[in-house]
Design a protein around this ligand. Structure first.
Ligand code: ZN
Length: 368
């Protein structure tokens, strides 16, 4: 449950991940401060929306289409659509799949990229018909528009479904970290929100919140046609475990709120939730794997491609003859981004300006 605001602001251990070393979160202390809405269950069986408008906390009833209070900037006004079913985690004969990753609160880049490829229209509504959109995790941390990203995805989830399409929102290591209370990478501005609301940051997405419930219904791995999607990657160690995609997804959902020590104490959970597991693995980018190890992984899952985010690149990148596809195109830097566009089995790299070109596999591994 909610810890005190004081707990929310204290530092949480040493930063031991080298790829985070240069990513100081910018402070937005001088701006007019708006944030939210945060939607919490209340005592009467309904829900309240909390809005932070110019640093003032405002509460409204939360039902149906939310209406933002006056003088609250451009905060999202989502249409609430609980409850959430847990979807299948394997799909075939999907004609059109689009995928991107690691948005890290960069809402403006996300919207520009999705509009350029007509995934959404000018009103940010789903425009891709029966296509499937895959977001392979890490919406949280670093950036300054986390709730804008979350509510857009929340709304697209329903709109895509209504149009016969789907959004697959997969959990990344930063979703795990936030839900487990590891708050090392949150943007400074969210410490202010946390203090004003009187809940630790992780408790803003607890099981009694709309976004928290929605996120906890999602998978970590999904198979679509001949492609397997997840945040980090599947290491050869997976093949030694008694694991299936569905079992892993169930374990992630069941244990996402567990304490770190409890996860570490269980060998299978320790594999899944930490360094070598699907949300953290980086082995494809370190030259650790032989061609035959990649083949063995693909064969095990009956796929031709494994699509991953997490390890940042300048662009969408094919490795190992496009058998591994890297889709973390560094949206986190807030400047631009790319997506993977797969239509009738043809793999394309979707540029920030909406142009596409065939995905050509790199000959050498990118520097890591
Ligand atoms: Zn990551």
């Amino acid at each position: 449950m909610a810890a005190t605001a004081n707990e929310a602001t204290k530092s949480n251990g040493q930063d031991n991940a080298k790829d985070y070393a240069t990513d100081a979160a910018p402070s937005h202390a001088s701006e007019v401060f708006h944030d939210g809405p945060y939607v919490f269950d209340n005592q009467s069986g309904g829900a309240d929306a909390l809005w932070i408008c110019a640093r003032t906390l405002i509460k409204t009833a939360a039902e149906g289409q939310l209406k933002r209070p006056e003088n609250c900037g451009e905060l999202p006004q989502p249409l609430l659509h609980a409850p959430y079913a847990t979807d299948a985690d394997s799909f075939s004969k999907v004609r059109h799949v689009v995928a991107l990753s690691d948005v890290h609160g960069q809402f403006d880049v996300l919207v520009k990229l999705l509009r350029a490829h007509k995934v959404i229209d000018d009103n940010n509504r789903w425009a891709l018909g029966d296509a499937h959109l895959v977001m392979t995790g890490d919406m949280f941390d670093r950036g300054h528009q986390i709730n804008e990203v979350l509510w857009l995805m929340y709304e697209l989830d329903k709109q895509a479904r209504d149009a016969g399409g789907m959004l697959h929102l997969l959990m990344g290591n930063h979703e795990q970290m936030v839900l487990q209370g590891d708050l090392r990478y949150i943007n400074e501005r969210y410490k202010t929100s946390s203090e004003l609301i009187g809940r630790s940051y992780d408790a803003l997405y607890d099981r009694d919140t709309e976004i928290g419930k929605w996120l906890r219904s999602k998978h970590t791995i999904v198979k679509i046609n001949d492609m397997l999607f997840m945040h980090g990657g599947i290491s050869p160690d997976w093949l030694e475990k008694d694991l299936s995609i569905s079992k892993a997804n169930d374990l992630y959902r069941k244990h996402i709120d567990d304490e770190r020590d409890a996860l570490k104490a269980d060998p299978l959970l320790s594999f899944l939730f930490f360094k070598g597991g699907p949300t953290w693995y980086r082995g494809y980018f370190k030259g650790e794997l032989s061609e035959s190890q990649i083949d063995a992984l693909l064969k095990h899952f009956g796929v031709n491609h494994i699509v991953v985010g997490h390890t940042s690149q300048e662009r969408v990148l094919g490795l190992y003859n496009n058998r591994i596809i890297a889709i973390d195109s560094s949206i986190k830097n807030g400047k631009s981004g790319e997506l993977l566009w797969v239509e009738d089995g043809k793999l394309e790299r979707g540029h920030y300006d909406g142009k596409r070109e065939p995905l050509v596999s790199e000959k050498a591994l990118p520097p890591y």
